[in-house]
Design a protein around this ligand. Structure first.
Ligand code: AMP
Length: 398
């Protein structure tokens, strides 16, 4: 089955056309700066990469262009629209309604709209992607794959906040998590790499990209995760602060004369690696600055490693130990330096990184010593495959 995977952001639309059974990526690309005159479409890979600069007013125009590129032109992947069997949409917030991916119906669209109150930056563009596909691919079945679904297995002791209970009853204030599709994929793959049945494994998954989150996955189910009601909670990130003393919020609002939008911006866009280093949200740039003697950049790296290390400790306690720890996403997959810093000093907990294995290799691999009682793995994430696989399963079952 050929599934078109769509990830629609506020000003971007990423896509991949995948043959699910073989996991072959038939085509992929991104429309960026959608809604601005400087928009462009980049598609293909390596030497066959193309970029067309052209104005894309909205997601509807972007989808029309994507379909055109998939069926004609230099990166043509299929003869016609008829060769696209289904569409899988990444949707950030599924609230308490969707513990699994779901066929998109009018009711589901209504729920995604309703849940925009919890994900105002993410659910509305996902809807625009869905509407555009309905417009240009009428009759093609579509599935919504939610970032939150994997965490619906959490128990109340993990997802409730110790706030007045009526906030939960009135406004659904609770932990939902994010990056669930990535955590689900790397946890499954991690158990496979260790040769343990997923349903019997205990894993700590670390999605360390520009956004960062950690999860505890026991018995094949998420039991806890670091992101909360919103993706601001938990680990320090590229520009987000992660968990801080909540009293800082009103305090800083008073001191700096900020309104809610201002303080939200400060915590989401001006904090994290960028806020501490003053250099960049990109780990590579911060590391270069630290190597060059920039003490704030060095502090940012220390804080980041400490933040992840603490969550490893929390989840070891929550699960009573772990068979494995999985690193994934841009930093987790690529930065041996940051992995080493995070794992440093954990030998007493039975977590022993092998410096040679950590520094070498590609693809899914174990980087801990044979004597490490908790294995450490690096597993490249593949959210698109999970979206395509869920979509194929749901559409086949109709
Ligand atoms: P992502 O959001 O998953 O694309 O991850 C982005 C983060 O990964 C940025 O902080 C990058 O600096 C970091 N990253 C990507 N590639 C590398 C690399 N080769 N070495 C170190 N960090 C990297």
């Amino acid at each position: 089955m050929n599934v078109l995977v769509i990830n629609a952001g506020s000003s971007s639309l990423k896509y991949q056309l995948m043959h699910v059974e073989s996991q072959e990526v038939l085509a992929k690309g991104i429309c960026e700066r959608v809604g601005s005159p400087a928009s462009f479409h980049r598609y293909g890979t390596g030497p066959k990469e193309h970029q067309d600069d052209l104005p894309l007013e909205d997601h509807d125009q972007a989808i029309a262009l994507v379909i055109d590129a998939l069926t004609t032109g230099p990166a043509k992947a299929v003869d016609s629209l008829a060769a696209i069997d289904a569409v899988g949409h990444r949707v950030v917030q599924g609230g308490r309604y969707y513990p699994q991916s779901v066929l998109i119906t009018e009711e589901v669209i209504g729920r995604i709209e309703e849940l925009a109150k919890l994900a105002p930056l993410h659910n509305p563009p996902a809807l625009r992607g869905i509407f555009a596909c309905q417009h240009h691919m009428p009759g093609v079945p579509m599935v919504a794959v939610f970032d939150t679904s994997f965490f619906q297995s959490m128990e109340p002791k993990s997802y409730m906040y110790p706030l007045p209970y009526d906030l939960y009853e009135k406004h659904d204030i609770r932990k939902y998590g994010a990056h669930g599709t990535s955590h689900r994929y790397v946890a499954e793959q991690g158990a496979r790499l260790l040769g343990i049945p997923f349903a019997e494994s205990r894993l700590i998954t670390l999605h360390l990209g520009n956004g960062c989150s950690a999860s505890a996955v026991a018995g094949g189910k998420a039991v806890d995760t670091s992101m909360g009601l919103t993706p601001l909670d938990g680990l320090m990130m590229g520009t987000r602060c992660g968990a801080i003393d909540p009293a800082i919020v009103p305090f800083v609002m008073d001191l700096e004369g900020l309104d809610t939008a201002g303080v939200n911006n400060l915590m989401n866009k001006q904090s994290g690696l960028l806020g501490i280093s003053g250099v960049s949200n990109d780990l590579r740039t911060v590391a270069e600055a630290a190597d060059g003697g920039n003490s704030r950049a060095a502090l940012a790296l220390d804080l980041y490693a400490q933040s992840v290390k603490k969550y490893i400790g929390i989840y070891l306690a929550v699960m009573g130990g772990a068979d494995g720890i999985v690193f994934t996403a841009g930093i987790g997959e690529n930065s041996a330096m940051m992995r080493a810093r995070i794992l440093e000093g954990l030998e007493g907990l039975g977590i022993v990184c092998d410096p040679l294995k950590n520094a070498q290799g590609k693809g899914p691999r174990v980087i801990s010593t044979d004597s490490s009682s908790t294995a450490v793995m690096v597993i490249p994430t593949n959210e698109e495959y999970m979206i395509a696989r869920d979509t194929a399963e749901i559409v086949s079952a109709q």
